[in-house]
Design a protein around this ligand. Structure first.
Ligand code: NAD
Length: 485
């Protein structure tokens, strides 16, 4: 049987973020092709599930080993997708750790549970974990490989077959990736990455039993509604407007350096980017001076992709959103201290680290996701004010607090966010084993990280064994009923 996904006649042009040129074409799967793929994976999945967690881990280990031994084709394609090299390499490097981490977790979590007596006399309870047959993964353009595998690996370890639909904005890596999957035929029977756009993502929901979606709130809402119509679970990882609170007890120079990195890494195109900074008045000026100086030292990776620290804005429409937020902020009195203008080089769009002051919460820059390297900074006087400002958001993805550890920890517990980094930003991207939920509009469903990341692909089946006297109709005879019995 061919493991190559069938193709459709529809074609989509793909823009190169460094040149602005459409230099690639994808062929989204149509509904019939997707249904055929779903059927093929659904047929292969029972054997995959029955093979056991150790076997599944060995198959995934073989694939990861092959991919990481010859990462060139996938990394080159990811570099063309995203206009950056080091982060492209960094996206695939966690693969081995992800496989090993979930393999170890899987062998502990999927071990047969001992039978136990029920609180109901005479009945014993056995519990089985049953994977969903086909898991669907729909991923965004900012980290195309990482945000696909973060869900696909635990789903495969759990015993699901998986179809991944990466973003149509960054699809070049799919072909070389599937090439590597095909080198491990057993894996190719249960894992497919497919090309397609929003329509393909919508159609994928029809073919799957659980959906993991990473993307915007607007699309996440559509996905959740569609999943609800199909009665399948939706795990949603959505946008954020992560705040950082810098307490007077923090080292202003160190906090500025770290916050700069956590804000402009990946050109700010990361869900857990720090997008607003509240600094306690006594160190506000020192913090700002350090931040501005550090921001001015950052270089674009243009014209040489292997130089500088910041790549282009990947998605043309995002550049317009960022420019719109900056224009709105300026019109309302904000001061732009660095960067601030979308620069066009070689057909691509770049933005240097943009430090903005005199900001207020009536600016979209302070309330809507920017997804760019923009750092608005606001002073505050007391902690209650900082907590109120940080929580004044529809989002609750993550947050950061800088300062003396015990004090920072006390502030962290007051924040409406699923993860709070202390004296760093975005630590969820390093500690994949920290369980967290997304608060408010930043997501829905159980944690993607840690044991829940695996358990969300499994349903519990209870086996109830009657070892006492099973009831008969005699037990329902009205004449046998007496008060107190
Ligand atoms: P997006 O919502 O536009 O698209 C995400 C994916 O959904 C793409 O693959 C797209 O083709 C698909 N899609 C579009 N319409 C669909 C539909 N009707 N049904 C099913 N699928 C559909 O998001 P994006 O612009 O690619 O990504 C940026 C967003 O992702 C930002 O908001 C960012 O914060 C968020 N994000 C969140 C996390 C997280 O872990 N919380 C991580 C990275 C990015």
């Amino acid at each position: 049987m061919s493991t190559q996904a069938p193709r459709s006649a529809r074609e989509l042009a793909v823009r190169n973020p460094r040149t602005g040129q459409s230099d690639h074409v994808i062929q989204p799967l149509d509904a019939a092709a997707l249904a055929a793929l779903g059927d093929r994976l659904r047929q292969a999945q029972p054997a995959w599930a029955a093979a056991g967690v150790a076997h599944r881990a060995a198959v995934l280990r073989e694939w990861a080993g092959r991919l990481l031994a010859d990462p060139g084709p996938v990394v080159d394609a990811l570099s063309r997708d995203t206009g950056r090299y080091r982060l492209a390499l960094g996206e695939i490097q966690p693969l081995r750790g992800l496989v090993e981490g979930y393999a170890a977790m899987g062998s502990a979590l999927l071990a047969p549970a001992a039978e136990r007596p029920s609180v109901a006399p005479g009945i014993a309870i056995g519990t089985e974990l049953v994977p969903y047959a086909v898991a669907g993964v729909i991923s965004p353009w900012n980290f195309p490989f990482l945000l696909s595998t973060l869900d696909a690996i635990p789903a495969l370890v759990a015993g699901c077959a998986v179809i991944v639909k990466p973003s149509e904005v960054t699809p070049r890596f799919i072909a070389p990736l599937m090439e590597s999957v095909r080198q491990v035929p057993e894996l190719a029977g249960v894992l497919a990455f497919i090309e397609g756009d929003g329509a393909t993502g919508a159609a994928l929901i029809e073919e799957t039993d659980i959906i993991c979606f990473t993307g915007s709130v607007a699309t996440g809402r559509k996905v959740a509604e569609s999943c609800a119509r199909h009665f399948i679970p939706a795990c949603l990882e959505l946008g954020g407007k992560d705040p950082a609170i810098v307490l007077a007890s923090a080292d202003p120079a160190r906090a500025a350096e770290v916050i700069l990195r956590a804000s402009v890494q990946a050109t700010g195109q990361a869900c857990q980017s720090l997008e607003r900074v509240y600094v306690q008045r006594p160190i506000y000026e020192a913090f700002l001076a350090n931040l501005v100086a550090a921001a001015r030292r950052i270089e674009l990776n243009y014209p040489d992709m292997r130089a500088g620290q910041m790549g282009p804005l990947i998605f043309a429409r995002q550049a317009e959103i960022i420019a719109g937020q900056l224009a709105d902020a300026r019109a309302r009195g904000a001061q732009v201290l660095t960067g601030g203008e979308i620069e066009h080089h070689g057909g691509g769009s770049w933005l240097r680290p943009t430090v903005v002051t005199a900001v207020t919460h009536d600016m979209t820059l302070m309330t809507e996701e920017t997804f760019g390297p923009v750092i608005p900074v606001m002073p505050f006087d007391d902690i209650d004010e900082a907590v109120q400002l940080a929580n004044d958001s529809q989002y609750g993805l993550s947050a950061a607090v800088f300062g003396e550890e015990a004090e920072a920890r006390r502030v962290a517990t007051r924040l409406d966010a699923g993860a709070v980094s202390i004296n760093d930003g975005g630590l969820t991207t390093e500690a994949f084993d920290a369980e967290k939920n997304s608060f408010k509009f930043s997501g829905m469903g159980s944690s993607r990280m840690g044991p829940s990341g695996l358990l969300r692909f499994l349903r519990k089946r209870a086996i109830l064994i009657q070892r006492g006297q099973a009831k008969t109709m005699a037990d329902l005879d009205e004449r046998g009923a007496a008060p107190g019995t």
